[in-house]
Design a protein around this ligand. Structure first.
Ligand SMILES: *Cc1c(COP(=O)(O)O)cnc(C)c1O
Length: 297
């Protein structure tokens, strides 16, 4: 990227970020909420690593990806750039502070010593540097190890069968993994029932609300995992607000049993106002920040 092109893209991203922040502030005020309690997550899928670096310099500290392969190399590149290391052409590995914990070439995140506060709280000896990375895609069991090379959060846990592997590998890698349960907001599944693996109705994934309590208990008890709350995508073909209202009900039930699980990750470029009105704490924004995605799902 030439300096001129880079400067142009920086200006575009700065303008888009300001517009998104303004939308969030307006929606928060309308809902009687403090915009400061809302976390913006930039969904950088399909966009280049350099865009994430630019947004980081503009103050964005959370990024989300939905494909492991794309994310792994992007996180490497972003880590290189932010730590002032020159990236190798293939975005080659960053040296890990504790090579004994990871095989050669496995390191995606560089590690930094923890703050005195996190050390006092019994946090691990080293923590990953750079922004916080969220995985929001459909998770296959055989991808868990690879995703946990780079992800601080997995927001798309939608079945019991994932929990053991997530827990085991989170313990192995040595830094904690934050978890959101992905809830299906398909109205035909709202009454609950068996775990159907997140592939019914709207096709947007998630566990039936009625089955989420058992999944929450499992995650909360699993070593290496921290239950943070719920995540959902509004169903197609229905206004988003009543769907997000259903999510809020699920979240309220969850927090009664797990008081620390306060996150409601909801709201995308097209529906963030509805999500904020229904209590969202984390907003996952892609196209409004980066521009139209070039013909990718
Ligand atoms: C792509 C994606 C987003 C962002 O969507 P936009 O409409 O581009 O803002 C949010 N959440 C998930 C799970 C996604 O896959």
């Amino acid at each position: 990227m030439t300096d001129a092109v880079h400067g142009q893209r920086s200006a575009e991203l700065a303008a888009r970020l300001a517009a998104v922040r303004e939308r969030i502030a307006v929606a928060a005020r309308a809902a009687g909420r403090d915009p400061g309690e809302l976390t913006l997550i930039a969904v950088s899928k399909t966009y280049p690593a350099e865009d994430a670096v630019i947004l980081h310099t503009l103050g964005v500290r959370h990024f989300a990806e939905n494909r492991d392969q794309e994310a792994g190399s992007k996180v490497k590149l972003v880590t290189h750039r932010l730590l002032g290391v020159t990236a190798t052409p293939d975005g080659g590995p960053v040296a890990a502070a504790s090579p004994d914990r990871r095989g050669p070439g496995e390191a995606v995140r560089a590690e930094v010593p923890p703050s005195p506060a996190s050390a006092a709280a019994g946090m691990p000896a080293t923590v990953p540097a750079g922004p916080t990375w969220h995985f929001v895609g459909q998770l296959q069991r055989n991808k868990v190890r690879s995703v946990l090379r780079w992800a601080d959060w997995v927001q798309s846990v939608d079945r019991v069968a994932l929990v053991d592997g997530l827990s085991r590998i989170a313990v192995e890698r040595g830094w904690p993994l934050s978890i959101c349960l992905q809830i299906s907001l398909d109205p035909s599944r709202a009454s609950g029932g068996a775990d159907s693996g997140g592939v019914a109705g709207s096709g947007r994934g998630g566990i039936d609300p009625g089955a989420s309590g058992e999944l929450a208990d499992l995650v909360a008890q699993a070593p290496g995992l921290t239950l943070r709350g719920v995540m959902a995508v509004a169903p197609r073909g229905e206004p988003p607000r009543p769907a997000f209202a259903r999510l809020r009900t699920v979240a309220e039930r969850l927090v009664r049993d797990h008081p620390e699980a306060t996150v409601i990750s909801a709201g995308m470029s097209g529906d963030l106002e509805s999500a904020i009105a229904e209590g969202a704490t984390h907003l996952r924004i892609g196209t409004a920040l980066f521009g139209e995605r070039p013909g990718v799902p």
